[in-house]
Ligand binder design. Structure first.
Ligand code: NAD
Length: 546
């Protein structure tokens, strides 16, 4: 019996078209043991983020896709196929809704109850939309954020600057690598020495130190020599940040990526090592929470003090401010959120996270596209720097993939070129073109992407719904609407889309339309909210200057 949880590769297909085969391969790729965090439990990433509700649903999805006609649309409801209808060849092959609750009842408690009853699943973001590609996705988001900080504050480079942060976990480990990529020095505090050793092994960090004094000394030497360096410091974030203030050490940039969104499991209070934390968490939860509260207060207070002393400080999408606020620290929200500060200007230009996945399974297909990307967008140094960096640092696992933040007109262009490469036989099979959900119009999330909107429209969730409907009308192969990705149930509404570039003229037409929808809507959403930069972008498009 072939392993059902591994994506097929190569030029042969088992479905009635490459469009359907492509979606099948993406689905199986997202639950592939080399890609998913726990293939057995069908957990793709991000807590309990899944691509299918249960193993029975996996089999049903595979069977439905193998039988789907080229003018039918399959309905997926929270990871389970529930029916198919005759539509048009140009309609989406799959429409997908996941984790969506009626707003008044949209909370963890109701959602967990529905999960227990087997009626729903948590789709995170790209898990339910079958577009997950492992660490590369978060790495580029972090790379772009650091790039934007460099652009906004430091003449486009972090050379000679020190970033103090924490967390070397699944996603947070992208921080030191992204800082050094922009030429900077990173001190990253991590409580788990095992995690540090793991990150040293795969070159995410350069050295390990045991004291803040040593970290400062090594960091200052690197700054003097203008050398990039990633220093992993064994310690507790709350203690280290306070000590840094006592030593009068004010880094240029301070943030944090401990798993503060899940205090019980993801944030270790000061004074405890990992083992002690585990024991106390089970034996005396109330006392444990009390210790967390004390640590959090002092930790976030220290971050505000860094800010008052001139450092650039921001929250990095881990709900740290809300947790500190709830613990009683009223100044927590004086710290800005990273999305509003650094990603919004990109959204105003229509820049966002595009990704493409080689359905052949052949890494050469991705390298050939890399060459085209570097050549076509050579005016954009950030793109070529990113491609060079990711080629050196990232190994492929599962279907080879590449993510790349591209501008308004660049996405349509690359979509067209990829389809031409498939048509001419330069690539060994079709390519799936998709994206992250964290984009200008595709994510309504008042603690992250839509925090502090100029016109106060933080909680307006019409935009991702409009985005999904428009993508379906424009010819996407799969469209999804989801709730709760990134920041938890009830805190976000978002949409996903995928198009399969199979080399046909029809695919070319679809790509031309769909790849304008996301960046175009991002600009419109921000122009509507009053951002001058977005109004300017819109004006340039209307007058044919872009
Ligand atoms: P993770 O749980 O894998 O890693 C967190 C790390 O923090 C762990 O290695 C843990 O040992 C360490 N840690 C916990 N408490 C500590 C303490 N007191 N001192 C020092 N180290 C401590 O989680 P992750 O996948 O790396 O994500 C981290 C957080 O960042 C999450 O809340 C996630 O939602 C958020 N995040 C947001 C974005 C975004 O918005 N763009 C991107 C990535 C991650």
């Amino acid at each position: 019996m072939p392993n059902i949880l591994v994506s097929p590769t190569g030029p042969e297909m088992s479905c009635q078209s490459w469009e359907i085969e492509g979606l099948l391969r993406l689905f199986l790729n997202s639950i592939d043991p080399r890609v998913a965090e726990s293939s057995k439990e069908l957990i793709v990433y991000g807590g309990r983020g899944k691509a299918a509700r249960n193993h029975k649903a996996v089999k049903a999805i595979v069977q439905e896709l193998r039988n789907l006609a080229t003018d039918e649309t399959l309905l997926i409801q929270s990871g389970k196929p529930v029916g198919k209808f005759k539509t048009f060849e140009s309609s989406p092959r799959i429409v997908n809704a996941s984790s969506v609750l009626v707003p008044h009842w949209s909370n963890d408690e109701n959602f967990s109850e529905l999960i227990d009853k087997g009626l729903m699943m948590y789709g995170q973001s790209t898990a339910a939309s079958w577009a997950y590609i492992g660490v590369q996705g978060v790495l580029q988001g972090t790379f772009e954020t650091m790039g934007e900080i460099a652009k906004k504050h430091f003449d486009n480079t972090l050379r000679g600057k020190i970033v103090l942060t924490s967390g070397l976990g699944g996603m947070s480990a992208a921080q030191p690598l992204s800082v050094t990529m922009h030429g900077g020095v990173c001190i990253v505090v991590e409580i788990s020495e095992d995690k540090i050793d793991q990150r040293l092994k795969n070159n995410y960090c350069d050295i390990k130190v045991y004291s803040l004094e040593e970290a400062i000394e090594v960091a200052n030497e690197a700054v003097t020599g203008k050398k990039p360096l990633a220093i992993a410091l064994v310690g507790n974030v709350s203690e280290i940040y306070r000590k840094a203030l006592k030593l009068n050490f004010i880094p240029d940039i301070v943030t944090d990526q401990t798993s503060a969104h899940d205090l019980l499991m993801g944030y270790i209070p000061s004074g405890l090592n990992l083992e002690q934390a585990k024991t106390l968490r089970t034996k005396n939860r109330a006392h444990y929470y009390q210790l967390i509260k004390e640590s959090l207060l002092l930790h976030v207070e220290a971050m505000v003090s860094f800010m008052d002393s001139g450092a650039i400080v921001f929250e990095y999408g881990n709900n740290l401010r809300q947790q500190a606020f709830q613990a009683g620290y009223k100044k927590a929200f004086t710290i800005p959120g990273f999305a509003a500060e650094y990603l919004r200007p990109l959204y105003c230009e229509g820049r966002g996270p595009c990704r493409w996945i080689a359905l052949s399974g052949n890494p050469d297909d991705i390298y050939k596209i890399d060459e085209i990307v570097v050549e076509e967008f050579k005016h954009d140094k950030r793109v070529s720097r990113w491609i060079q960096f990711v080629q050196e640092k990232i190994y492929f696992y599962g279907l080879p993939a590449r993510t790349c933040w591209l501008n308004y007109d660049e996405r349509e262009k690359i979509g067209f070129l990829i389809n031409e490469m498939v048509k001419s036989g330069e690539l060994s099979a079709p390519i799936a073109i998709t994206r992250d959900h964290s984009e200008g119009s595709t994510m309504a999330a008042p603690f992250r992407e839509t925090e502090n909107m100029l016109d106060g429209s933080d909680i307006v969730a019409d935009w991702p719904i409009l985005n999904a409907m428009l993508n379906a009308s424009a010819g996407a192969s799969m469209v999804s609407i989801q709730n709760g990705g990134g920041v938890g149930i009830g805190n976000s509404v978002h949409s996903g889309m995928t198009v399969i570039a199979d080399g046909s003229d029809e695919a070319s037409e679809r790509l031309r339309k769909v790849l304008v929808v996301d960046p175009g809507m991002s600009i419109i959403r921000h122009a509507d909210a009053g951002y001058d930069q977005a109004k300017e972008s819109l004006n340039k498009i209307k007058t044919g200057k872009r």
